[in-house]
Write a protein that binds this ligand. Structure first.
Ligand SMILES: Cc1cc2nc3c(=O)[nH]c(=O)nc-3n(C[C@H](O)[C@H](O)[C@H](O)COP(=O)(O)OP(=O)(O)OC[C@H]3O[C@@H](n4cnc5c(N)ncnc54)[C@H](O)[C@@H]3O)c2cc1C
Ligand code: SF4
Length: 787
């Protein structure tokens, strides 16, 4: 029998680890499939030979952490391993600036950038992630940490240039426990949830070795393997490394089927496996997730045309300061001492209220990540230059031939294998709000990126100019990295590709990350970013994943439909699409209530009215949520939101309800008549907008009618997304009748959930209202005649 779980999470980086932990903690059965290997403290490469094998390219029997990609306008370094980017990242945890969550901001080359989420919504999630990752600034004020030349020069330059500077939080243990004083090389107290590397693993506080970007052999980095993934495993998540997902498809009857291979490091052929799940969370990173969706597009026909869009390198720009001077002497920077990044200078943005400032950016001090030495080689002399020149020449040849080998891991492995380079310079790392107009697509089955620096030219010029000024005030020489001469950038922060958006025309997934057209499929990583984060993105990726997980764990929480009343007229899909989620369950002070309903029946194309009898099979499964029970009960039309899917061959299979509304016992025009109304907007497989407009008639009659009345739904299918009150003007496509079976009704009773204070009382009030309404309609005081 096939293995089946509640949730499969693909990838174990920031999005994957956070989602896996939250879902496992919430009682779901979770399997994490991670293509890369597991690296415990002590496993990270340090020798030249080990570094030469530290790349990811299974075809060449390389199973290391660095996955290097090369595209037309840029190169990118991402990670492969249990813990994703956290294994090699520089630990910087920064929140996206409040005003950089822009709304419909025009882009230089056309189109606009829009963030359908705000800083206020993310703040509680930022808090949670920071707590879990132990975010704390570099303790510059403590004597043992004060000798940090690179930190001081950046602070001095900022003061001289009148720019703001600060020490961002780092996910590094400087102290052995949260309340203790920082001290070098002390053993860190174990976490209550244990460590996935085993109980024998000992971790030590940061000893300022500057090797964060090649893996921390001391365990001082609070990387995801030591934090979220260990906690996920503690709650029962099954973490499978060397497990690479190749294919995904919807599963007949709901959920998803996932094909993956288990790599064999001893040289055996990859072992193919299949697993099925109710929910599939894609968190393979911008390149990994977009590649998977593009490759499996045929199996996922509902995917939005926005797939592949909104790509950017988060404004990454790497440059160098050489020979920094103080008066007439070289100023020692100790660039390899301390965590790789310790401080940040901020360049304001027009969105901050500085007209003409341009797009905002940050500039940070970089350490000496050994793997990046190949980039800095041009500052060196001697035989190494020849190797670098050959490498660059090869890259240039590929560039002009237009046929780059998009995966460079093997090439780099050879380059570094012949001799690591050492340089004496301070890398400066720029990042910010470049233009998110890159497009990811498949070319001959391989991932390709169409992105150029052109539309971001002003942004890059501003960052380079500021870096030059920093060099000037420090008496240093400024150097671009060699790639810049080819108008290429190297990014470690790729974002976008499967962006969130307010509707399928704008994004691949809804504002929480659930994929439009494919309920139960989620994007939880950097691919979901609808534009550059502007700061180092991992904290925002993790916070958004945390928010998505909260949404999934809400009672019946899968959908993006708002409880907002539909606005506009017939076919006014723009108005309906713009209905932003109007708050969701569990908001401060409110109590929400939800239940899930499944109905089955028949539908006849061309029929104007529902009639009993046969037709095409038709069904739906909806989760009805009243976000605020008090308001729901008080308002006369008792409106809740409906989320879920509709299924019928006439609509092309299972279709997501893009927006849905449900009224319980709305006035029916007579004292003894109530209506249960359903209005569901969806798009059929041929891209036609449809509305299911349905009603249950609750009429006075003998109590034996109660079951028939409340379990029978009559509906019409209308052309377009039709707003309430506009049915008369809409074109009727067909009509049908759905029923809830007794067994499904009993099942429905088990799906009632509340969230928020006094849940039991909310449930009782709801039940009293329900029974009271039925008594009003069917009670003995009423007339015995139906109208
Ligand atoms: C050198 C370096 C320094 C950085 N420093 C910082 C920093 O200081 N602060 C910051 O915020 N960000 C930093 N970043 C960026 C940060 O690492 C990424 O933004 C972040 O890791 C992205 O998170 P994610 O969840 O999207 O994907 P990732 O963390 O990249 O995780 C994706 C995971 O999916 C796996 N995967 C891919 N395809 C498949 C597949 N088909 N099947 C199974 N698994 C798959 C990958 O192996 C990987 O482990 C740095 C990056 C690098 C390379
Ligand atoms: S500086 Fe060294 S010890 Fe500290 S976090 Fe980085 S790699 Fe670990």
């Amino acid at each position: 029998m096939r293995e089946h779980v509640d949730a499969v999470v693909v990838g174990s980086g920031f999005g994957g680890a956070v989602t896996a932990y939250r879902l496992a903690e919430g009682g779901k059965s979770v399997v994490v499939l991670e293509r890369g290997d597991k690296f415990a403290p002590g496993d990270f490469p340090r020798s030249r030979t080990d570094m030469s094998r530290a790349f990811w390219d299974p075809k060449a029997s390389l199973y290391g952490m660095f996955d290097v990609w090369s595209f037309d306008g840029l190169d990118s370094v991402v990670s492969s391993g249990l813990g994703g980017g956290s294994l090699i990242y520089a630990n910087v945890l920064m929140r996206k600036d409040e005003r950089w969550f822009v709304h419909e901001q025009p882009l230089p080359g056309g189109g606009y950038e829009n963030w359908p989420v705000s800083r206020a919504e993310l703040d509680p999630h930022y808090d949670e992630v920071e707590r879990m990752l132990g975010g704390t600034p570099y303790p510059l004020d403590r004597p043992a940490y004060a000798r940090a030349g690179k930190t001081h020069v950046l602070q001095d330059a900022a003061a001289e240039l009148g720019l703001s500077w600060h020490l961002p939080k780092l996910a590094v243990s400087f102290a052995p426990s949260p309340d203790a004083e920082p001290a070098l090389g002390l053993e860190i107290a174990p976490a209550p949830y244990g460590n996935l590397h085993g109980d024998h693993i000992r971790r030590f506080t940061c000893r300022l070795c500057g090797e964060c970007d090649i893996g921390c052999n001391d365990g001082a980095k609070n990387s995801l393997d030591h934090t979220y993934l260990s906690a996920a495993q503690h709650h029962g998540a099954d973490l499978r490394e060397l497990s690479e997902v190749r294919a995904i498809r919807p599963r007949h009857g709901g959920g998803y089927e996932v094909e993956y291979v288990r790599h064999d490091k001893t040289g055996g052929a990859p072992d193919p496996r299949t697993i099925t799940c109710d929910r599939l969370v894609l968190a393979a990173g911008t390149l990994g997730t977009t590649y998977l969706l593009l490759r499996n597009r045929k199996a996922l026909p509902g995917l939005s045309d926005a797939l592949g869009t909104r790509f950017s390198g988060n404004g990454d720009l790497l440059t160098f300061l050489l020979n920094t001077r103080e008066r007439d002497r070289l100023r020692p920077l100790d660039a390899s001492r301390g965590p790789v990044i310790t401080s940040a200078i901020r360049l304001p943005d027009e969105a901050d209220g500085f007209p003409g400032a341009g797009r905002g950016a940050y500039i940070q001090d970089g350490g000496y990540p050994a793997f990046a030495d190949w980039i800095t080689a041009q500052a060196d002399v001697g035989g190494n230059v020849a190797r670098m020149a050959r490498f660059l020449l090869d890259r240039f040849r590929e560039f002009i031939s237009g046929a780059p080998d998009t995966n460079l891991s093997q090439e780099l492995s050879e380059l570094i294998g012949q001799g690591a380079l050492s340089v004496s310079s301070l890398p400066l790392l720029g990042m910010g709000r470049d233009t998110p107009d890159g497009v990811l697509a498949l070319r001959d089955g391989r991932l390709d990126v169409a992105w150029t620096t052109q539309t971001s030219e002003q942004y890059f010029e501003r960052v380079r100019e500021t870096m030059r000024r920093i060099a000037d005030v420090l008496g240093a020489e400024y150097k671009d990295n060699p790639m810049w001469f080819l108008k290429r950038i190297i990014t470690v922060h790729p974002v976008g590709g499967a962006p969130i958006g307010r509707h399928p025309g704008e994004g691949v997934a809804d504002p929480f990350g659930e994929v439009y057209g494919h309920p139960g499929l989620y994007v939880a990583d950097a691919a979901a970013m609808p534009g550059p984060v502007g700061v180092n993105p991992s904290l925002t990726i993790a916070a958004m994943a945390n928010r998505l997980a909260s949404r999934i764990l809400e009672p019946g929480g899968t959908g993006q439909a708002a409880a907002a009343r539909p606005a506009g007229g017939v076919g006014d899909d723009a108005a309906c699409d713009r209905a932003e989620p109007e708050g969701h369950a569990g908001q401060a002070g409110r109590t929400s209530l939800s239940f899930t309903e499944e109905m089955k029946g028949h539908y006849r194309a061309g029929a104007g009215n529902p009639s009993p009898g046969s037709g095409e099979p038709f069904s739906f499964r909806l989760t009805i949520t009243a976000d605020d029970v008090d308001r729901f009960l008080a308002e006369p039309d008792h409106l809740a939101r409906a989320e879920g899917w509709i299924e019928s061959a006439v609509c092309g299979g299972r279709r997501r309800v893009e927006a849905g509304w449900f009224n319980l016992f709305a006035p029916g025009g007579a004292p003894d008549r109530r209506l249960m109304r359903y209005r569901l907007h969806f798009t059929d497989a041929d891209g036609r907008l449809r509305t299911l407009s349905g009603w249950k008639n609750v009429f006075h009659g003998p109590p034996t009618d109660i079951w028939a009345d409340t379990s029978t739904l009559f509906f019409r299918l209308l052309e377009g997304h039709v707003a309430e009150g506009k049915d008369e003007e809409a074109l009727i496509v067909g009509a049908g009748t759905l029923r809830i079976e007794l067994v499904d009704f009993i099942q429905q009773l088990t799906t009632f959930r509340t969230e928020g204070p006094k849940g039991l009382s909310a449930l009782e009030r709801f039940a009293r209202f329900f029974v009271g309404e039925l008594w009003d309609v069917y009670g003995p005081a009423k007339r015995k005649v139906r109208v």
